[in-house]
Write a protein that binds this ligand. Structure first.
Ligand code: NAD
Length: 361
Protein backbone atom coordinates (compact mmCIF):
# COMPACT_ATOMS: atom_id res chain seq x y z
CA UNK A 1 0.00 0.00 0.00
CA UNK A 2 1.43 3.40 -1.01
CA UNK A 3 1.66 6.14 1.59
CA UNK A 4 1.01 9.83 1.06
CA UNK A 5 2.04 12.43 3.59
CA UNK A 6 -0.17 15.50 3.59
CA UNK A 7 1.35 18.78 4.78
CA UNK A 8 -1.22 21.61 4.61
CA UNK A 9 1.18 24.29 5.88
CA UNK A 10 0.13 27.92 6.39
CA UNK A 11 -2.15 30.64 5.04
CA UNK A 12 -4.41 29.27 2.33
CA UNK A 13 -2.50 25.93 2.54
CA UNK A 14 -5.09 24.11 4.70
CA UNK A 15 -8.00 25.42 2.58
CA UNK A 16 -6.61 24.33 -0.78
CA UNK A 17 -5.19 21.03 0.50
CA UNK A 18 -8.63 20.14 1.92
CA UNK A 19 -10.02 20.27 -1.63
CA UNK A 20 -7.25 18.05 -3.01
CA UNK A 21 -7.98 15.60 -0.18
CA UNK A 22 -11.65 15.53 -1.27
CA UNK A 23 -10.48 14.48 -4.74
CA UNK A 24 -8.12 11.88 -3.26
CA UNK A 25 -10.90 10.44 -1.10
CA UNK A 26 -13.14 10.18 -4.17
CA UNK A 27 -10.41 8.26 -6.03
CA UNK A 28 -10.10 5.90 -3.07
CA UNK A 29 -13.81 5.36 -2.63
CA UNK A 30 -14.95 5.25 -6.24
CA UNK A 31 -11.94 4.41 -8.40
CA UNK A 32 -10.12 1.77 -6.35
CA UNK A 33 -7.02 3.82 -5.53
CA UNK A 34 -5.20 1.99 -2.71
CA UNK A 35 -3.33 4.55 -0.60
CA UNK A 36 -2.87 5.41 3.05
CA UNK A 37 -2.61 9.04 4.08
CA UNK A 38 -1.08 10.76 7.07
CA UNK A 39 -1.02 14.41 8.05
CA UNK A 40 1.95 16.34 9.36
CA UNK A 41 3.00 19.88 10.17
CA UNK A 42 5.53 22.08 8.39
CA UNK A 43 6.39 25.78 8.19
CA UNK A 44 4.73 28.29 10.48
CA UNK A 45 2.18 25.76 11.70
CA UNK A 46 5.08 23.54 12.77
CA UNK A 47 6.86 26.45 14.47
CA UNK A 48 3.72 27.11 16.49
CA UNK A 49 3.26 23.46 17.41
CA UNK A 50 6.87 22.38 18.02
CA UNK A 51 9.16 25.42 17.87
CA UNK A 52 10.78 24.41 14.56
CA UNK A 53 9.70 24.58 10.89
CA UNK A 54 10.65 20.98 9.99
CA UNK A 55 10.21 18.88 13.13
CA UNK A 56 11.69 15.40 13.58
CA UNK A 57 8.26 13.73 13.39
CA UNK A 58 7.58 15.33 9.98
CA UNK A 59 11.02 14.23 8.80
CA UNK A 60 10.21 10.67 9.87
CA UNK A 61 6.80 10.67 8.17
CA UNK A 62 8.24 12.18 4.98
CA UNK A 63 11.01 9.57 4.94
CA UNK A 64 8.49 6.74 5.22
CA UNK A 65 6.04 8.12 2.62
CA UNK A 66 6.04 7.40 -1.13
CA UNK A 67 4.94 10.95 -1.87
CA UNK A 68 4.26 14.24 -0.10
CA UNK A 69 1.48 16.69 -0.94
CA UNK A 70 2.20 20.17 0.36
CA UNK A 71 0.06 23.32 0.48
CA UNK A 72 2.29 26.33 1.09
CA UNK A 73 4.26 27.83 3.96
CA UNK A 74 4.99 31.26 5.38
CA UNK A 75 3.24 34.41 6.41
CA UNK A 76 3.69 37.71 8.25
CA UNK A 77 3.16 36.06 11.64
CA UNK A 78 6.57 34.33 11.42
CA UNK A 79 8.60 36.97 9.58
CA UNK A 80 10.25 38.30 12.73
CA UNK A 81 11.60 34.88 13.76
CA UNK A 82 15.34 34.23 13.39
CA UNK A 83 16.16 33.09 9.85
CA UNK A 84 16.75 29.43 10.79
CA UNK A 85 13.29 29.19 12.37
CA UNK A 86 11.36 30.77 9.49
CA UNK A 87 8.73 28.65 7.74
CA UNK A 88 10.58 28.78 4.38
CA UNK A 89 13.51 27.02 6.07
CA UNK A 90 11.18 24.05 6.56
CA UNK A 91 10.68 23.87 2.82
CA UNK A 92 14.42 23.90 2.05
CA UNK A 93 14.99 21.32 4.78
CA UNK A 94 12.41 18.85 3.50
CA UNK A 95 13.67 19.19 -0.10
CA UNK A 96 17.19 18.43 1.01
CA UNK A 97 16.15 15.63 3.45
CA UNK A 98 14.36 13.87 0.59
CA UNK A 99 17.19 14.51 -1.97
CA UNK A 100 14.75 16.00 -4.47
CA UNK A 101 17.01 16.78 -7.44
CA UNK A 102 14.46 17.16 -10.24
CA UNK A 103 11.93 19.95 -10.34
CA UNK A 104 9.07 19.55 -12.80
CA UNK A 105 7.06 22.64 -13.61
CA UNK A 106 4.32 22.34 -16.21
CA UNK A 107 2.94 25.53 -17.74
CA UNK A 108 -0.50 24.79 -19.08
CA UNK A 109 -2.98 27.34 -20.32
CA UNK A 110 -6.54 26.18 -20.88
CA UNK A 111 -7.93 27.86 -24.00
CA UNK A 112 -10.76 29.40 -21.91
CA UNK A 113 -8.21 31.22 -19.72
CA UNK A 114 -6.05 32.58 -22.55
CA UNK A 115 -7.17 36.14 -21.78
CA UNK A 116 -5.36 35.96 -18.41
CA UNK A 117 -1.95 35.94 -20.13
CA UNK A 118 -0.07 39.12 -20.90
CA UNK A 119 0.67 37.60 -24.32
CA UNK A 120 -1.85 37.52 -27.16
CA UNK A 121 -4.33 34.63 -26.80
CA UNK A 122 -3.40 33.15 -30.20
CA UNK A 123 0.23 32.82 -29.00
CA UNK A 124 -0.55 31.03 -25.72
CA UNK A 125 -4.00 29.37 -25.93
CA UNK A 126 -3.59 25.63 -25.41
CA UNK A 127 -0.01 25.96 -24.16
CA UNK A 128 1.24 22.72 -22.55
CA UNK A 129 4.95 22.63 -21.77
CA UNK A 130 7.03 21.08 -19.00
CA UNK A 131 10.23 22.53 -17.60
CA UNK A 132 12.55 20.03 -15.93
CA UNK A 133 15.02 21.91 -13.74
CA UNK A 134 18.02 20.44 -11.96
CA UNK A 135 17.52 21.40 -8.33
CA UNK A 136 20.44 20.34 -6.14
CA UNK A 137 23.56 21.19 -8.15
CA UNK A 138 25.04 23.80 -10.44
CA UNK A 139 26.07 27.30 -9.49
CA UNK A 140 23.71 27.51 -6.48
CA UNK A 141 25.73 24.83 -4.68
CA UNK A 142 29.13 24.77 -6.43
CA UNK A 143 32.34 25.30 -4.44
CA UNK A 144 34.42 27.41 -4.13
CA UNK A 145 32.10 30.31 -3.48
CA UNK A 146 32.24 33.48 -1.47
CA UNK A 147 33.40 37.09 -1.37
CA UNK A 148 37.16 37.62 -1.04
CA UNK A 149 39.44 40.62 -0.83
CA UNK A 150 42.07 40.87 -3.54
CA UNK A 151 45.65 42.07 -3.02
CA UNK A 152 44.72 45.51 -4.25
CA UNK A 153 42.05 45.72 -1.55
CA UNK A 154 39.10 45.35 -3.94
CA UNK A 155 36.44 42.81 -3.01
CA UNK A 156 35.49 40.07 -5.46
CA UNK A 157 32.43 37.81 -5.45
CA UNK A 158 32.69 34.35 -7.00
CA UNK A 159 30.61 31.22 -7.53
CA UNK A 160 31.31 27.99 -9.36
CA UNK A 161 29.20 26.30 -12.01
CA UNK A 162 29.86 22.60 -11.69
CA UNK A 163 28.03 19.49 -12.92
CA UNK A 164 29.33 15.95 -12.98
CA UNK A 165 28.31 13.56 -15.75
CA UNK A 166 26.18 11.53 -13.35
CA UNK A 167 24.27 14.62 -12.21
CA UNK A 168 23.56 15.58 -15.82
CA UNK A 169 22.60 12.05 -16.75
CA UNK A 170 20.06 11.64 -13.93
CA UNK A 171 18.23 14.92 -14.69
CA UNK A 172 18.40 14.13 -18.41
CA UNK A 173 16.81 10.76 -17.75
CA UNK A 174 13.90 12.42 -15.93
CA UNK A 175 13.37 14.66 -18.97
CA UNK A 176 13.45 11.78 -21.47
CA UNK A 177 11.20 9.59 -19.32
CA UNK A 178 8.59 12.35 -18.89
CA UNK A 179 8.79 13.19 -22.61
CA UNK A 180 7.92 9.55 -23.33
CA UNK A 181 4.64 10.16 -21.45
CA UNK A 182 3.97 13.38 -23.35
CA UNK A 183 4.91 14.72 -26.78
CA UNK A 184 8.28 12.85 -27.09
CA UNK A 185 10.35 15.97 -27.67
CA UNK A 186 13.10 17.26 -25.38
CA UNK A 187 14.82 20.63 -25.74
CA UNK A 188 17.99 20.81 -23.68
CA UNK A 189 18.83 24.39 -22.73
CA UNK A 190 22.48 25.35 -22.16
CA UNK A 191 25.12 27.95 -22.92
CA UNK A 192 27.57 25.55 -24.50
CA UNK A 193 29.12 28.28 -26.67
CA UNK A 194 30.47 30.04 -23.55
CA UNK A 195 30.39 27.65 -20.57
CA UNK A 196 32.46 24.45 -20.68
CA UNK A 197 30.30 22.98 -17.96
CA UNK A 198 27.28 23.13 -20.23
CA UNK A 199 29.35 21.84 -23.16
CA UNK A 200 29.59 18.65 -21.09
CA UNK A 201 25.85 18.98 -20.36
CA UNK A 202 25.15 18.93 -24.11
CA UNK A 203 27.44 15.94 -24.70
CA UNK A 204 25.78 13.89 -21.97
CA UNK A 205 22.28 14.75 -23.25
CA UNK A 206 23.37 13.59 -26.72
CA UNK A 207 24.64 10.29 -25.36
CA UNK A 208 21.39 9.74 -23.42
CA UNK A 209 19.31 10.40 -26.52
CA UNK A 210 20.67 7.18 -28.04
CA UNK A 211 18.77 5.27 -25.33
CA UNK A 212 15.48 6.96 -26.25
CA UNK A 213 15.12 6.60 -30.02
CA UNK A 214 11.43 7.61 -29.89
CA UNK A 215 12.31 10.99 -28.35
CA UNK A 216 13.53 13.85 -30.50
CA UNK A 217 16.30 15.83 -28.78
CA UNK A 218 17.23 19.38 -29.72
CA UNK A 219 19.52 21.94 -28.08
CA UNK A 220 18.99 25.63 -27.51
CA UNK A 221 21.12 28.36 -25.95
CA UNK A 222 19.46 29.86 -22.90
CA UNK A 223 19.20 33.38 -24.32
CA UNK A 224 17.39 32.04 -27.38
CA UNK A 225 15.19 29.83 -25.16
CA UNK A 226 14.09 32.91 -23.19
CA UNK A 227 13.23 34.64 -26.46
CA UNK A 228 11.41 31.63 -27.92
CA UNK A 229 9.36 31.20 -24.73
CA UNK A 230 7.91 34.64 -25.32
CA UNK A 231 7.75 34.45 -29.11
CA UNK A 232 6.26 31.01 -29.71
CA UNK A 233 6.01 29.01 -26.47
CA UNK A 234 3.90 26.24 -27.95
CA UNK A 235 6.88 24.97 -30.00
CA UNK A 236 8.17 23.21 -26.83
CA UNK A 237 7.22 19.96 -25.18
CA UNK A 238 9.80 19.24 -22.43
CA UNK A 239 12.63 21.67 -21.66
CA UNK A 240 15.49 20.40 -19.48
CA UNK A 241 18.06 22.71 -17.98
CA UNK A 242 20.40 23.62 -15.13
CA UNK A 243 19.40 24.94 -11.72
CA UNK A 244 20.04 28.62 -12.51
CA UNK A 245 18.60 28.66 -16.04
CA UNK A 246 15.61 26.61 -14.87
CA UNK A 247 14.92 28.97 -11.99
CA UNK A 248 14.52 31.86 -14.40
CA UNK A 249 12.85 30.10 -17.32
CA UNK A 250 10.26 28.33 -15.14
CA UNK A 251 9.08 31.62 -13.63
CA UNK A 252 8.88 33.17 -17.08
CA UNK A 253 6.88 30.18 -18.31
CA UNK A 254 4.53 30.44 -15.32
CA UNK A 255 3.81 34.05 -16.18
CA UNK A 256 2.86 33.05 -19.74
CA UNK A 257 -0.26 31.53 -18.25
CA UNK A 258 -1.12 34.53 -16.08
CA UNK A 259 -2.80 32.32 -13.49
CA UNK A 260 -0.61 31.49 -10.53
CA UNK A 261 -3.49 29.64 -8.84
CA UNK A 262 -3.54 27.03 -11.64
CA UNK A 263 0.05 25.78 -11.75
CA UNK A 264 1.29 22.62 -10.02
CA UNK A 265 4.85 21.40 -9.49
CA UNK A 266 6.73 18.26 -8.56
CA UNK A 267 10.17 17.65 -7.09
CA UNK A 268 11.47 14.12 -7.48
CA UNK A 269 14.25 11.97 -6.08
CA UNK A 270 16.16 9.24 -7.89
CA UNK A 271 13.52 6.60 -7.17
CA UNK A 272 10.43 8.53 -8.22
CA UNK A 273 9.48 9.57 -4.72
CA UNK A 274 8.39 13.16 -4.78
CA UNK A 275 6.97 16.23 -3.18
CA UNK A 276 4.09 17.93 -4.96
CA UNK A 277 2.94 21.49 -4.39
CA UNK A 278 1.34 24.44 -6.13
CA UNK A 279 3.89 26.99 -7.35
CA UNK A 280 2.19 29.81 -5.46
CA UNK A 281 2.79 30.74 -1.83
CA UNK A 282 0.52 30.87 1.20
CA UNK A 283 -1.32 34.01 0.01
CA UNK A 284 -1.81 35.50 3.50
CA UNK A 285 -3.80 38.36 1.93
CA UNK A 286 -6.72 36.03 1.18
CA UNK A 287 -6.22 33.28 3.81
CA UNK A 288 -9.32 32.22 5.72
CA UNK A 289 -11.73 33.82 3.26
CA UNK A 290 -12.60 30.65 1.33
CA UNK A 291 -11.79 32.28 -2.02
CA UNK A 292 -8.38 30.75 -2.88
CA UNK A 293 -8.08 28.72 -6.07
CA UNK A 294 -7.55 25.03 -5.18
CA UNK A 295 -6.86 23.89 -8.77
CA UNK A 296 -3.04 24.16 -8.61
CA UNK A 297 -3.10 21.84 -5.58
CA UNK A 298 -5.55 19.45 -7.23
CA UNK A 299 -3.32 19.38 -10.33
CA UNK A 300 -0.33 18.74 -8.03
CA UNK A 301 -2.21 15.69 -6.78
CA UNK A 302 -2.61 14.58 -10.42
CA UNK A 303 1.19 14.85 -10.85
CA UNK A 304 1.65 12.83 -7.66
CA UNK A 305 -0.55 10.08 -9.06
CA UNK A 306 1.36 10.04 -12.35
CA UNK A 307 4.96 10.33 -11.21
CA UNK A 308 5.13 8.72 -7.76
CA UNK A 309 2.22 6.27 -7.78
CA UNK A 310 2.33 5.14 -11.43
CA UNK A 311 -1.40 5.92 -11.75
CA UNK A 312 -1.32 7.76 -15.08
CA UNK A 313 -4.91 6.80 -15.87
CA UNK A 314 -6.27 8.33 -12.63
CA UNK A 315 -4.01 11.38 -13.11
CA UNK A 316 -5.60 11.90 -16.52
CA UNK A 317 -9.06 11.64 -14.97
CA UNK A 318 -8.26 14.37 -12.44
CA UNK A 319 -6.82 16.61 -15.17
CA UNK A 320 -9.89 16.09 -17.35
CA UNK A 321 -12.14 16.90 -14.39
CA UNK A 322 -10.30 20.22 -13.94
CA UNK A 323 -10.61 20.96 -17.67
CA UNK A 324 -14.32 20.24 -17.38
CA UNK A 325 -14.99 22.70 -14.55
CA UNK A 326 -13.07 25.37 -16.46
CA UNK A 327 -15.12 24.60 -19.59
CA UNK A 328 -18.29 24.84 -17.46
CA UNK A 329 -17.32 28.44 -16.69
CA UNK A 330 -16.60 28.02 -12.97
CA UNK A 331 -13.97 30.48 -11.74
CA UNK A 332 -12.43 31.45 -8.42
CA UNK A 333 -11.84 35.18 -7.97
CA UNK A 334 -8.23 35.10 -9.26
CA UNK A 335 -9.24 33.78 -12.71
CA UNK A 336 -12.71 35.28 -12.90
CA UNK A 337 -13.86 37.11 -16.01
CA UNK A 338 -17.16 38.40 -17.30
CA UNK A 339 -19.80 35.82 -18.13
CA UNK A 340 -18.31 33.17 -15.81
CA UNK A 341 -19.67 31.93 -12.50
CA UNK A 342 -17.63 32.99 -9.47
CA UNK A 343 -17.17 30.21 -6.91
CA UNK A 344 -15.28 29.79 -3.64
CA UNK A 345 -12.56 27.29 -2.74
CA UNK A 346 -14.87 24.52 -1.47
CA UNK A 347 -17.37 24.90 -4.31
CA UNK A 348 -14.54 24.56 -6.84
CA UNK A 349 -13.29 21.40 -5.10
CA UNK A 350 -16.83 19.97 -5.07
CA UNK A 351 -17.21 20.73 -8.78
CA UNK A 352 -14.01 18.82 -9.58
CA UNK A 353 -15.28 15.86 -7.54
CA UNK A 354 -18.61 16.02 -9.40
CA UNK A 355 -16.80 16.13 -12.76
CA UNK A 356 -14.78 13.07 -11.73
CA UNK A 357 -17.91 11.17 -10.79
CA UNK A 358 -19.49 11.99 -14.18
CA UNK A 359 -16.67 10.21 -16.02
CA UNK A 360 -17.23 6.70 -17.32
CA UNK A 361 -15.42 3.98 -15.44
P1 NAD B 1 1.88 34.21 -3.03
O1 NAD B 1 2.05 33.25 -4.16
O2 NAD B 1 1.47 33.64 -1.74
O3 NAD B 1 0.82 35.32 -3.45
C1 NAD B 1 0.98 36.20 -4.56
C2 NAD B 1 -0.40 36.73 -5.00
O4 NAD B 1 -1.12 35.68 -5.65
C3 NAD B 1 -1.28 37.17 -3.84
O5 NAD B 1 -2.05 38.28 -4.23
C4 NAD B 1 -2.18 35.99 -3.59
O6 NAD B 1 -3.44 36.33 -3.05
C5 NAD B 1 -2.34 35.40 -4.99
N1 NAD B 1 -2.51 33.94 -4.94
C6 NAD B 1 -1.56 33.01 -4.68
N2 NAD B 1 -2.08 31.79 -4.69
C7 NAD B 1 -3.39 31.92 -4.96
C8 NAD B 1 -4.47 31.01 -5.09
N3 NAD B 1 -4.31 29.68 -4.95
N4 NAD B 1 -5.71 31.52 -5.36
C9 NAD B 1 -5.88 32.81 -5.51
N5 NAD B 1 -4.92 33.74 -5.40
C10 NAD B 1 -3.68 33.29 -5.12
O7 NAD B 1 3.28 34.99 -2.90
P2 NAD B 1 3.73 36.06 -1.81
O8 NAD B 1 2.57 36.95 -1.45
O9 NAD B 1 4.97 36.63 -2.34
O10 NAD B 1 4.12 35.22 -0.52
C11 NAD B 1 3.28 34.99 0.59
C12 NAD B 1 3.95 34.03 1.56
O11 NAD B 1 4.13 32.76 0.90
C13 NAD B 1 5.34 34.46 2.01
O12 NAD B 1 5.49 34.14 3.36
C14 NAD B 1 6.27 33.64 1.14
O13 NAD B 1 7.52 33.41 1.76
C15 NAD B 1 5.50 32.37 1.03
N6 NAD B 1 5.82 31.56 -0.18
C16 NAD B 1 5.77 30.22 -0.01
C17 NAD B 1 5.98 29.40 -1.10
C18 NAD B 1 5.85 27.92 -0.89
O14 NAD B 1 5.34 27.48 0.13
N7 NAD B 1 6.28 27.09 -1.83
C19 NAD B 1 6.23 29.94 -2.36
C20 NAD B 1 6.23 31.32 -2.51
C21 NAD B 1 6.02 32.13 -1.40
Amino acid sequence: MKRILILPGDGIGPEIVAEAVKVLETLRREFGLAVETEQGVIGGAACDATGEPFPEETRRLAGAADAVLLGAVGGPKWESLPRELRPERGLLAIRSALSLFANLRPAILYPQLADASTLRPEVVAGLDILIVRELTGGIYFGEPRGIRTLENGERQGYNTLVYSESEIRRIGRVAFETAMQRGRRVTSVDKANVLECTELWREVMESLAAEYPEVELSHMYVDNAAMQLLRAPRQFDVLVTTNLFGDILSDAAAMLTGSIGMLPSASLDQHGKGMYEPIHGSAPDIAGQGIANPLATILSLAMLLRYSLGEAELAGRVERAVERVIAQGLRTADIHSEGCRRVGTAEMGDAVVAALMEQER
